[in-house]
Design a protein around this ligand. Structure first.
Ligand code: GLN
Length: 285
């Protein structure tokens, strides 16, 4: 079969569901992965043939079900690095890249060997990028999910960095070991679950039906639960000149800033993402 002909099938099945440019990009990403040929290769050799095309059509069926392309490929790019992803972890988002960039910019000139904790590490995207670009620091990555920690470890190996994994539930101090209870960190960062159940209506099926709800949602009754627990931990375990970085729900910036002041984080800075949405808070005491 001429490989490029199957692009027509992609459009036939997916047009209407996705943007045409996006469908082209899905096709070329899959072809690059499965057949090791690039878009340019196919432009130069438009009649390039393949014998086995079942996997391409399996992927097409998954896309039809709005299964995220990153899960189909099993990997994605974050901050110029490759990360494996699976259904146990959130797909890293561009706004989280912005948060990571802010952290690196703030800390890269530090002469200190910083100890940094990432709470709710998921695929490990924040922790591993920090380990890569702040090579003098020691990075700890915490998650409640064993499966997520397994993936974070394998992503650390893939990117040739060392991180220390901590399995614990930040909401429940009974799950913290004595070591974790007494650790002191220079920096704590978190992109905790922050979508309220009532915001589900605004979400697309590809996210809602396939990404882990544990990583996305919080109870609308108390949308600040994770922030409160992290602040409580930070009050005791962040060094005196330490910094706290949060990714936040765009609708809750003011409230989280107020909450932080209650925990004595008096210096707070709210930052917007590329889409001008309140998305990040940097704080210190
Ligand atoms: N730290 C990971 C990320 O930023 C996972 C976050 C989460 O699961 N809420 O993508």
């Amino acid at each position: 079969m001429i490989l490029k002909d199957s692009l027509k099938s992609f459009h036939k099945v997916l047009d209407g569901l996705y943007d045409k440019v996006e469908i082209d990009s899905f096709f070329y990403l899959l072809v690059a992965k499965y057949y090791k040929v690039s878009r340019l290769d196919l432009a130069v050799q438009p009649d390039y043939q393949v014998k086995e095309y079942q996997k391409l059509f399996d992927a097409l069926n998954l896309l039809k079900e709005e299964y995220p392309i990153q899960y189909i490929l099993g990997e994605t790019e974050f901050f110029g690095l490759t990360f494996q992803v699976n259904a146990h972890t959130l797909i890293p988002r561009p706004e989280t890249e912005e948060l990571t960039e802010i952290i690196i910019e703030k800390l890269k000139r530090s002469k200190k060997h910083l100890k940094i904790l990432d709470i709710g590490t998921g695929s490990g995207c924040i922790a591993i990028s920090l380990a890569k670009y702040l090579p003098n620091s020691k990075i700890y990555a915490l998650d409640i999910s064993k499966e997520a920690l397994k993936l974070a470890q394998s992503n650390a190996e893939l990117n040739n960095v060392k991180i220390t994994l901590i399995e614990a539930d930040i909401l429940n101090s009974d799950t913290w070991d004595t070591e974790f209870k007494k650790q002191q960190f220079d920096v704590i960062v978190s992109n905790p679950p922050y979508i309220r159940e009532k915001e589900k209506l605004l979400m697309k099926a590809n996210v809602l039906d396939h990404e882990p709800h544990l990583a996305l949602f919080i109870n609308s009754e108390n949308p600040f639960l994770f922030y409160e627990s992290i602040l409580e931990y930070a009050v005791h375990n962040l060094s005196s000149k330490g910094l706290l970085f949060f990714e936040i729900n765009e609708y809750l910036g003011k409230e989280i800033m107020t909450l932080m002041r209650k925990y004595d984080f008096t210096q707070t800075e709210l930052k917007q993402d590329l889409f001008k949405k309140d998305r990040m808070i940097i704080a210190s005491m």
